[in-house]
Design a protein around this ligand. Structure first.
Ligand code: PMP
Length: 449
């Protein structure tokens, strides 16, 4: 291993980081994480912090799961790669498809199309939605609906349905025919509605209005996160996703549940849609499917969608796919990860520890005026919105956000900043004492604001 100064210097000179300014690494050295153990990360200086971000909402099993590491290592020696493009398959991928459909059987998902990550999955799902309608004789259904504040990845499809203009504006024009509805964001919304159930009804009405305006025969699918993650951990009313399902059904629109963050136990249930009691037509998954140990994503399809493709002629063929779709090493990671996820019953721990984290942050909100809104309480996803003036809800400035972040890190917890929000999604294996450490570190961070 090269010495630390070399690493810092070369990082600044040669490594461009996603979602950051390429010149910034020279001015603000990133935290270089050299190791991890359990739910802790260790930086180049040897400082340890509880990873309250879970990598990037993905390391659900923590960093020390031997079963997953062993399965990946074994598969590397068995078969490191083979393509799964039509004409070939591999045992690990077949096993993974079986494990995935078992895991998602209660959601009605019976087929999986593997990808390399979440953005791939969203892009593929949008393509499949269009093809589904084309196969059914409705080729005019090409448009997509989604929610403001939603995040669906960075390919052209995902960026087009994303609901945060930071990820869109630089790359416009995006895919035509994508329309955005208000987010179920009780703290700020165009209806000035603070009652989450009424806000859900308002958004359903806005959705009907938009569909009628566009003409129902032009809309292919509606995509949503069961709980919006990157947009600030926006927890809707329990009725919200049911309303969306009902409107989709009324107009023959496919409902795609983007489970890239919410899937695999994070919400306290195995999937976000299940948490809200809804059966979508398709799901997109990634992150927790391999707990970040290997890049894998997937599109899951219900019988309703899959049957249309399978019973069609040659026009039912899928003309999209990735070199690493159904990668055998990734597939081995999927099988081991799903088995460990179930063995450890991570959803139950996520529910209990998520409540602890949420309650702890709510207590901090009584102490610090800079906390404008706390969102969570449904598994291990918590968002804290910081404001410089509580009554006016003025978003906190970037410098203060950075100071809170750095102080919390030095006090022992890595959190994530998303504009003026602090976002948390720790590993689902976290203990009670480790959640207390996050809360204590945040306390110090807010004191330094
Ligand atoms: N959908 C959602 C809901 C996500 O949170 C993300 C990533 N944060 C993506 C899609 C894109 O996934 P990836 O970064 O693996 O491409």
């Amino acid at each position: 291993m090269k010495d630390d100064n070399f690493l810092r210097e070369m990082n600044a000179r040669h490594l461009w980081h996603p979602m950051g300014h390429p010149g910034d690494a020279q001015k603000n050295a990133p935290k270089i994480i050299k190791g991890a153990e359990g739910v802790e990360i260790i930086d180049l200086d040897g400082h340890r912090a509880v990873d309250a971000v879970g990598g990037l909402w993905c390391v659900n099993l923590g960093y020390s799961n031997d079963a997953v590491k062993q399965a990946i290592s074994d598969q590397l020696w068995e078969l490191p790669y083979y393509s799964a493009f039509a004409g070939t398959s591999n045992p690990a991928a077949i096993e993974a498809s079986y494990a995935v459909q078992e895991f998602f059987a209660e959601d009605g998902m019976s087929r999986v199309f593997f990808t390399s990550g979440g953005s791939d999955s969203v892009d593929t799902a949008l393509r499949m939605a269009r093809q589904y309608h084309r196969l059914r004789g409705e080729p005019t259904r090409t448009k997509f609906l989604s929610l403001k504040k939603g995040y669906h990845g960075t390919h052209w499809g995902g960026a087009s349905v994303n609901g945060n203009n930071r990820f869109r504006i630089t790359y416009e024009p995006l895919l035509p025919g994508c329309f955005h509805l208000p987010s179920p964001y009780t703290y700020r919304n165009p209806f000035n509605e603070t009652d989450p159930a009424k806000l859900a009804e308002n958004i359903a009405a806005a959705m009907v209005d938009e569909i009628e305006f566009q003409d129902p025969s032009t809309i292919a699918a509606f995509i949503m996160e069961p709980i919006q993650g990157a947009g600030g951990v926006i927890v809707p009313d329990a009725s919200f996703m049911k309303h969306m399902r009902e409107v989709c059904d009324r107009y023959g629109i496919l409902l795609i549940s983007d489970e890239v963050i919410c899937g695999f136990g994070r919400t306290g249930d195995w999937t976000g849609a299940r948490h809200w009691g809804v059966k979508p037509d398709m799901m997109t998954v990634a992150k927790g499917i391999t707990s970040g140990y290997f890049p894998v994503g997937g599109v899951l399809l219900s019988d309703k969608v899959a049957d249309v493709f399978e019973s069609a002629g040659p026009e039912g063929s899928i003309w999209t796919g990735y070199t690493y779709s159904a990668h055998p090493v990734g597939a081995a990671a999927v099988v081991a990860c799903l088995s460990e996820t179930q063995r450890l019953d991570t959803k139950s721990n996520a529910a209990a520890r998520g409540t602890q984290l949420y309650d702890g942050v709510c207590k901090l909100a009584e102490k610090y005026d800079i906390i404008g809104d706390v969102r969570g309480g449904h598994g291990l996803m918590t968002g804290i919105e910081l404001v410089s003036d509580r009554a006016a809800k003025t978003p906190m400035d970037a410098e203060t956000m950075k100071r809170v972040h750095q102080t919390a890190y030095e006090a022992g917890a890595m959190v994530r900043l998303g504009a003026h929000n602090i976002l948390m999604s720790p590993p689902l294996t976290i203990t009670e004492a480790e959640v207390d450490r996050i809360i204590a570190a945040l306390d110090k961070g807010f004191a330094a604001a």
